[in-house]
Design a protein around this ligand. Structure first.
Ligand SMILES: Nc1ncnc2c1ncn2[C@@H]1O[C@H](COP(=O)(O)OP(=O)(O)OP(=O)(O)O)[C@@H](O)[C@H]1O
Length: 622
């Protein structure tokens, strides 16, 4: 669904990241604030050490000049010893400081990365709806943001500190050059500025390229996941589609590689041209200095400073440009992190939401229209329904009729385009979302299989009671999975995974167990019924994977569980829904029939047709 203006602005800002200097500066400020928050002492240490290490090359050159001039001028030994000692101290700092800076920035990177990850995943986890997860643009940006918060803060900080260090060195040498030769200094600075401009433009190109290849890389990951996961392995082998998938994966990689190659080539030619200019400038400068010494206009020490200054200024300007460009690249990537963390809610939040009260009246759909986005067709076209509190409703209809969509609206993963859903007469948009969802227990059609222990798979239904083995066991009994669990190697503590295993089980040969589809489904059911006293129970195809006996048993158990609670049951097996108080047939985006089983059979409409079709095929009638 379309987002708010604020969200659009945030996404728009991210769509053309770094278009303005102001945006980049804001991102830099955000990185510095993040680093200072996550690791204040280490950040301050980095800044200080970088400033000192920036002065070192200039100090070394000047101390060398002074030493040479005093040696040539036969100055007293004490001043020569003092200069030599100072050079030794500066040399020691040259060796130690880079390692200290590396250690401190790595520490800042670790801490800031941790904080950035926490903020990113909190922002993503706090999104109340599902629409963002179905938006490819958001997913691309999320992937870049995940990359950015790994090494991004460290890269930006490294770039900034390196830039600062280089700047101090360049300013120092520029001062030395100006004092020796006012003519050449501006030329050298000009070549440095050219390098800087080029590096910045390259960084922008690289970031734009990364956004462009995002969808390719996501498709590549999709194909490579297919090729390396057990879920897909059966079909891949049976249908012999491994070659096709591999080729598609490689095609995406080739496209991404060619985009990367184009940017690399541009960098190569740009750097080559600038290298030639810098070499010509350095040669001209050295010739000029030699001529000055020959004419007696410059001392030998002056030549040392001059030659060092030329070499250092050029290389430092080059690395300054590279550092600025690298941090610019990281800043632009970090923009995606900022965009995601600033996206805000994907559903409107009421100014003063009310807590959801225990359901006493009922739930009502009033002329509910819904489509997944403006580009999608309407799925629901004016649904009117009422589920009185304490009653059971069954929803039936053909594939794609919109049954699961209706469930998602009831859990408020999306808002209707038109119409309202009322909880005891209150629009659910005005109810505090967390309190609403606490009152609902759902088995989704596409339920989750967590690579965790059996107890955790059940306990996730209500984490406040997760450690209560008695309740876990009771939920398993209700879902008819208790006997199967007891036969597992570690009972409720058995890890349901072949992907990874727990530290304690590393040495054990029997780590990780895989359940059958029906057993997984019963666990999902156990997770839903683990919730203590939900007001509304939604079961979307809870028994589709169960054998006939298990299905019969489960429905008997669920009937007991649903008794006295409001419930919504979706099933294609019409025998399972016939005892619901009301059965609703959804077709063409509307509730076209409503009544008890007997009433609908007597009405001889769509429900009767579907029911008779199933009954006939079971009996094997013509
Ligand atoms: N996330 C989505 N984005 C876009 N369209 C969707 C999405 N989910 C479902 N749809 C579309 O909405 C329509 C209704 O789907 P829904 O899953 O609600 O049907 P259903 O009645 O539950 O079907 P089934 O009996 O097969 O489970 C379908 O046409 C489907 O393609």
């Amino acid at each position: 669904m379309p987002g708010t203006d604020g969200e659009k602005n945030a996404l728009e800002r991210g769509r053309r990241p770094g278009r303005t200097l102001a945006t980049s500066l804001t991102a830099v400020r955000a990185v510095i604030a993040l680093a200072a928050r996550a690791a204040p002492w280490q950040t301050a240490g980095c800044v200080l050490a970088s400033l000192v290490s920036g002065i070192i090359p200039v100090a070394t050159a000047w101390l060398t000049k002074l030493l040479l001039d005093r040696l040539v001028g036969h100055a007293p030994m004490s001043s020569i010893v003092a200069l030599a000692a100072s050079l030794g101290a500066v040399g020691a700092a040259t060796l130690v400081l880079p390692r200290l800076i590396r250690f401190l920035t790595a520490e800042v990177e670790r801490e800031a990365g941790l904080l950035a990850r926490e903020r990113l995943y909190t922002a993503v986890g706090d999104l109340p709806g599902l629409s963002r997860f179905e938006d490819p643009d958001f997913l691309d940006r999320l992937r870049l943001a995940q990359n950015a918060c790994g090494t991004g803060p460290g890269q930006v900080l490294n770039g900034l500190l390196g830039g600062m260090r280089s700047l101090v060195t360049v300013v120092g040498f520029a001062g030395a050059l100006v004092s020796l030769t006012p003519l050449l200094a501006p030329l050298l600075l000009l070549s440095g500025i050219l390098t800087l401009v080029m590096e910045l433009s390259l960084a922008r190109r690289r970031t734009a390229m990364m956004l462009r290849i995002g969808p390719m890389e996501r498709r590549e990951i999709f194909y490579s996941d297919l090729l390396s996961t057990v879920e897909a392995a059966k079909e891949i082998r049976l249908f012999n589609i491994g070659g096709l998938l591999r080729e598609r994966m490689l095609r995406e990689r080739r496209h991404a590689n060619s985009a990367r190659r184009a940017v690399d080539l541009r960098e190569l030619t740009g750097h080559g041209a600038l290298g030639l200019v810098a070499a010509a400038l350095a040669a001209a400068g050295t010739l000029w200095a030699a001529y000055q010494v020959h004419e007696g206009l410059m001392t030998v020490g002056g030549v040392v400073v001059f030659v060092t200054a030329i070499g250092n200024t050029q290389s430092t300007l080059g690395s300054l440009a590279e550092q600025v460009a690298h941090s610019q690249e990281a800043v632009l990537l970090f923009e995606h992190y900022r965009t995601i963390t600033a996206t805000g809610s994907d559903l409107p939040v009421a100014d003063d939401p009310r807590p959801a009260a225990g359901l006493s009246g009922g739930i009502e759909f009033q002329d509910v229209w819904f489509r997944y986005s403006d580009d999608h067709p309407w799925v629901l076209k004016g649904v009117d329904l009422r589920i009185p509190a304490g009653s059971s409703m069954a929803l039936v209809g053909l594939n794609g009729a919109g049954k699961s969509t209706l469930v998602k609206l009831l859990c408020r993963f999306y808002d209707p385009g038109k119409g309202r859903i009322l909880w005891d007469g209150v629009d659910i948009r005005d109810i505090d979302l967390e309190s609403l969802r606490k009152r609902i227990s759902t088995v989704f059609q596409d339920y989750m299989q967590y690579d965790m222990t059996v107890a955790e798979n059940i306990g996730l239904g209500d984490i406040s009671a997760m450690d209560d083995p008695r309740r876990v066991r009771k939920a398993a009994e209700r879902a008819g999975v208790d006997r199967a669990v007891e036969e597992l190697p570690h009972g409720y503590q058995t890890l349901l995974s072949r992907l990874f295993f727990m530290e304690s089980e590393k040495e054990s040969a029997e780590h990780g167990v895989i359940l059958s589809g029906g057993q997984w489904q019963r666990l999902a059911l156990a997770r839903a019924v683990f919730r203590d006293g939900p007001d509304l129970v939604i079961l979307d195809e809870p028994s589709s994977g169960l054998d006939a006996e298990a299905e019969h048993e489960i429905h008997r158990s669920l009937r007991r569980y649903r008794r006295g609670r409001t419930s919504l049951l979706i099933s294609h097996r019409l025998g399972a829904v016939r005892d619901a108080d009301t059965i609703v047939v959804l077709a063409g985006g509307k509730a076209i029939e409503e009544g008890s089983h007997e009433e609908l059979i007597a009405a001889d409409g769509e429900y009767a047709r579907l029911f008779n079709l199933q009954a006939t095929s079971y009996r094997g009638d013509a």
